[in-house]
Design a protein around this ligand. Sequence first.
Ligand code: PLP
Ligand code: ZN
Length: 390
Amino acid sequence: MFLTHLDCPRCGAQHDAHRPQNLCSCGSPLLARYDLAAVARAVDPTRIAGRSADLWRYRELLPVGEDRYVTTLGEGWTPLWHAPTYGALIGLERLLVKDEGLIPTGSFKARGAAVGVSRAVELGARHVAMPTNGNAGAAWATYAARAGIAATIAMPLAAPLITRQEVVAAGAELHLVDGLISDAGKLIAALIAESHGRIFDASTLKEPYRLEGKKTMGYEIVEQLGWRSPDVILYPTGGGVGLIGIHKALAELRELGWLTGPPPRLVAVQSSGCAPVVAAFDRGERRVRPWPDAQTVAFGITVPAPLGDELILDALADTGGTAIAVDDADILADLREFGRTEGLLLCPEGAACLTAARLLRERGWLSATDEVVVLNTGAGIKYPGTVPQD
Ligand SMILES: *Cc1c(COP(=O)(O)O)cnc(C)c1O
Ligand SMILES: [Zn+2]
């Protein structure tokens, strides 16, 4: 294994990667570090090209030591589709949609769960717990069952019904909370405190390896474009793990020498019903202020106070990116327009990125020839009611 240690991006402390870890003592999420020089000696893009069509093709850049701990259902290596008709409609000649809806459990959360569960089990965890807006809980319950460990999941009552069913179907313990993901977080924190170390806290960014699974979206975009970057990547940002992960992945590829040229500009897309990152970006601050009364049709990005705010805002600043909030009515209109023109039913979070692309093009932030990648983070069929019936 090429994993060496965990870094705290806030205070600079280093932590042992070979035992279970949560946040740094300073409160920051931790980042997994690898011996990239050794990785570059062990493997190269040509070798990776011949490997399995899932995220484990990047095995040397993932934090699992022994193969027997790899818990997989074939997640990753999702298609990167051109969207020429919709693109022409909004004035983008090179619009691409990476369809994460094809992943087991119907969302890209399975990337984080596959890697997070694999590593947790390798480090001895027998029971994981987390709050969720639905998809992460569904994915972690599924992969925990696959690995033979227990899972406790807390989610808002308003989370998509199918995600509850996925949790129960996987034999996990489900708690429904009349509130937001932050309220579900309080319930989970109490359960973990009472468990005296028996339950491992797998909350978003409170353990370092979910991020490692999600970063593979960045590797895949680059590999699928022939080991080069697009101009812009738009990401529906809730906890921001995918955005932080893609930023980390691109930095690792550059250090490996597998990617040259300027990085893509990263864009955090939020709903105007819950836009703490956009508000902080507009104020020029690195910390978010908790968003009051958060509510949006794009349920997966209803995160009033993301823990990784500094890392998200650093990724935007570092790449010359931006943050933009879009309205629910526009999200739903663009979701329908995309279905009509390209045939793919997006999740509302993915559709939010199309709205953002359209608005950023109108405002001149995007040019007609920019190569723009939009992440469709989940399957549209998980969300009934986004398209009106006659
Ligand atoms: C969780 C989720 C998001 C947001 O992901 P983060 O990486 O936590 O920002 C976006 N879309 C869907 C469908 C999700 O389930
Ligand atoms: Zn620290």
